[in-house]
Ligand binder design. Structure first.
Ligand SMILES: Nc1nc2c(c(=O)[nH]1)N[C@H]1C(S)=C(S)[C@@H](COP(=O)(O)O)O[C@H]1N2
Ligand SMILES: [Mo]
Length: 196
């Protein structure tokens, strides 16, 4: 640093991704009605590219190692929320026993929503199946019983009411990606729409 350098005062607030503003409340964004998913029939399924299915019931999911996560979330409609508190199972745990050479993942939800992401983005302590928000059961409108949580991508990648993940050797665009939203959706590179 040069002697005369003023710089900016060190901010207490870390930067937000470009074009985002902070909100204190928790908006609900759903493309359709909120599905009702009883826990006794709930299941989560990872399907490999060769068609092998790895299934977890609710009780089996709860018996796995649980992680607490505090993360900022960023919606493509420009709201961001700081320090959201979740509890859930890491995709590293779920993928640990899955035999796959696939590069792509398509998350699918009760109710029919889908969203795609590279399988690599589900690994490395960056993605969870979250069932608890702020210390209580995740409310249905926010994706309960359980949703995908992938906070390093725009929040549309965090599929609510998640039911499973299909692994594939080709990239299959999901609901919003088919409607013109970006295939990857990195908020720090402001990848909102195809072509960004
Ligand atoms: N199943 C499902 N998941 C979804 C959506 C949806 O419509 N259906 N909307 C996405 C979008 S665009 C956002 S911003 C977040 C919103 O989550 P929230 O309603 O908990 O804020 O969920 C994502 N996951
Ligand atoms: Mo969104």
């Amino acid at each position: 640093m040069s002697p005369g350098f003023q710089g900016r005062p060190r901010s207490a607030e870390p930067a937000l991704p470009p074009g985002q503003y902070l909100t204190e409340d928790f908006p609900v964004l759903s493309a359709g009605p909120t599905p009702k998913v009883p826990l006794d029939t709930w299941e989560f399924v990872i399907t490999s590219e060769t068609g092998v299915e790895y299934r977890w019931t609710w009780d089996e999911m709860m018996a796995l190692p649980q992680e607490t996560v505090t993360v900022d979330i960023h919606c493509v409609t420009r709201w961001s929320k700081r320090d959201t508190d979740w509890r859930g199972v890491s995709l590293d745990t779920l993928l640990g026993g899955v035999d796959t050479a696939a590069h792509y993942a398509l998350a699918h939800s009760y109710g029919g929503y889908t969203t795609n992401l590279p399988l690599a983005d589900l690994r490395g302590a960056r993605a969870w199946v979250a069932h608890t928000y702020d210390g209580g059961p995740l409310h249905a409108e926010h994706g309960g019983p359980a949703r995908l949580l992938v906070p390093h991508l725009y929040f549309w990648k965090s599929a609510k009411w998640v039911r499973g993940i299909r692994l594939g050797t080709t990239d299959q665009p999901g609901f919003w990606e088919t409607a013109g939203y970006h295939d990857y959706g990195d908020p720090w590179r402001e990848q909102r729409y195809q072509g960004d």
